[in-house]
Design a protein around this ligand. Structure first.
Ligand code: AMP
Length: 177
């Protein structure tokens, strides 16, 4: 990535301290979404993490992964699959429960969203502890999908989320903190 691009992306992420609870620094991506030039740079750089590899579908994680994932799918001319929080998908689902810092969470995918052997890319705005992305990877594997990349706009390196995703998963992030 060009230094100029990196600087524009960094400048468009706003730190909000103590949100949603004390001690958390929330990475607010809404300034980036507001700026059409920087939003496009982010999309282009996320697509570039594929390094020209062919993919059949983009998997976006609820909810900010939808924003980036849907635009990437549209730009690449391929299908988009939402991975949603439990209870939101209306048809037959596959589910994975996982641990959060406090308590449990569960995400779901439609069983017919990925066919066995399809090559997919997972997209989310931010990789923190990796619990959410690891659960999404498990959903993709259960449906027989082949994970080409898990790409994030932001990675919080100090939480080591990457380690939870497995050595066989190509993980990419544009901005590291
Ligand atoms: P995790 O499962 O811990 O990797 O958390 C990842 C999910 O939580 C992503 O979908 C992020 O959108 C959100 N998230 C976690 N930490 C932050 C943070 N510091 N700022 C913004 N979003 C966050």
């Amino acid at each position: 990535m060009k230094t100029e691009t990196l600087e524009k992306l960094q400048a468009a992420i706003r730190d909000i301290e103590d949100f949603p609870k004390p001690g958390i620094v929330f990475k607010d991506i809404t300034p980036l979404l507001l700026d059409p030039e920087v939003f496009k740079l982010a999309i282009d750089e996320l697509i570039a993490t594929l390094e020209g590899q062919k993919v059949d579908k983009i998997i976006g994680i609820d909810a900010r992964g939808f924003i980036f994932g849907a635009v990437i799918a549209h730009q690449m001319g391929i299908g988009f699959v939402p991975v949603r929080k439990v209870g939101k998908l209306p048809h037959d689902t596959e589910s994975v429960a996982y641990s959060l810092e406090y308590g449990e969470a569960e995400i779901q995918i439609h069983q017919d969203a990925i066919s066995a052997g399809e090559r997919v890319m997972i997209v989310d705005d931010l990789l923190a502890t990796g619990g959410t992305a690891a659960a999404a990877i498990e959903l993709v594997k259960r449906l027989g999908g082949e994970l080409v990349a898990a790409s994030f706009l932001i990675e919080l390196d100090f939480l080591n989320g990457r380690e939870l995703l497995g050595a066989d998963v190509p993980v990419h992030s544009l901005l590291n903190y």
